[in-house]
Ligand binder design. Structure first.
Ligand code: FES
Ligand code: FES
Length: 169
């Protein structure tokens, strides 16, 4: 029996993807199966967003989508089509953000791998709730793992960020 060629499957290899990343419009041709994490790091070269567990456990890849924290490793790029995305590079906005300053002052900056995600999560918390209770801080950072278990400095940093924001710094 003569071999028959399989019918060609038609699918879109790439499609236009648009979003607003750190306040700037972005338009890329990307495959539908791309993750947001890979687009951010590999296409946009915004490497402050870290690639670690890749299964939503560690929080190293945290970004803000519509102002809300999201694991970029679990987010497909097409899911944020046309939406505002903020990475750690967009947090500072020219001057050091109070959360970043507080992390430096209180020893919350421990390793470069976890810290960007921690800062992103803390920023989202304080934008939504400028004076969170200790339980609310713990809850907000529960998706960010620190393998050195040095959470004391991180929690102090978030409290200090509350003060700095109140003082307008
Ligand atoms: S790399 Fe996304 S949660 Fe760990
Ligand atoms: S801050 Fe990265 S392991 Fe603790």
């Amino acid at each position: 029996m003569k071999d028959e060629a399989l019918p060609l499957r038609k699918f879109a290899a790439v499609s236009d993807w648009t979003a607003e990343v750190n306040g700037l419009p972005v338009r890329l041709a990307i495959a539908p199966a791309r993750r947001l994490l890979d687009v951010i790091r590999d296409d946009l070269e915004l490497t402050g967003t870290k690639r670690s567990c890749e299964i939503g456990r560690c929080g190293a890849c945290m970004v803000l989508i519509d102002g809300r924290p999201a694991n970029a490793c679990l987010t497909m790029a097409y899911q944020c089509e046309g939406r505002p995305i903020r990475t750690i590079e967009g947090i500072a906005d020219g001057a050091m953000h109070p959360v970043q300053r507080a992390f430096l002052e209180e020893g919350g900056y421990q390793c470069g791998y976890c810290t960007p995600g921690m800062v992103v999560s803390a920023t989202a918390l304080l934008d939504a709730n400028p004076d969170p209770s200790p339980e609310e801080v713990e809850e907000a950072l529960s998706g960010n793992l620190c393998r050195c278990t040095g959470y004391g400095g991180i929690i102090r940093a978030v409290r200090r960020a509350v003060e700095l924001r109140r003082e307008g710094n």
